[in-house]
Design a protein around this ligand. Structure first.
Ligand SMILES: [Zn+2]
Length: 121
């Protein structure tokens, strides 16, 4: 079932092919301050229908964090897929959607994994 993620003003609209079952809550300084709750997809899977006011924040250059510059919602991110392990920065990247943007979705249905990003990187 297609799921729709929208920011508060509607400028951002992203289609996902199915509802996430898992999400990641991270303790890093970025995630703590933005409140993002993340579900991951291959980068070519989410369909960005509208990204009308996209702002980008990428202080390290490794992780692109996106937000709506009109309403301020944290929307999605694209980052290296560290789960693959190995040496150096992985070429493969992953798309993280902020599941708080999903319309008509019960966040309590998610299994949430906490990652201690504040101490891991
Ligand atoms: Zn917006």
């Amino acid at each position: 079932m297609t799921m729709i993620a929208t920011c508060h003003c509607g400028g951002t609209r992203i289609e996902l092919p199915d509802a996430p079952t898992h999400a990641t809550s991270c303790t890093c300084t970025f995630c703590t301050k933005t409140g993002g709750l993340w579900a991951y997809y291959p980068p070519d899977v989410p369909k960005i229908v509208s990204d009308a006011h996209r702002g980008e924040y990428a202080p390290s250059g490794l992780n692109q964090h996106y937000f709506c510059a009109n309403c301020g919602c944290t929307t999605y991110g694209i980052s290296p897929d560290w789960e693959l392990g190995g040496e150096g920065v992985p070429e493969k990247r992953k798309f993280a959607i902020n599941v708080r943007l999903l319309d008509d979705f019960d966040l309590k249905s998610l299994t949430v994994e906490e990652i201690d990003g504040r101490n891991l990187w």
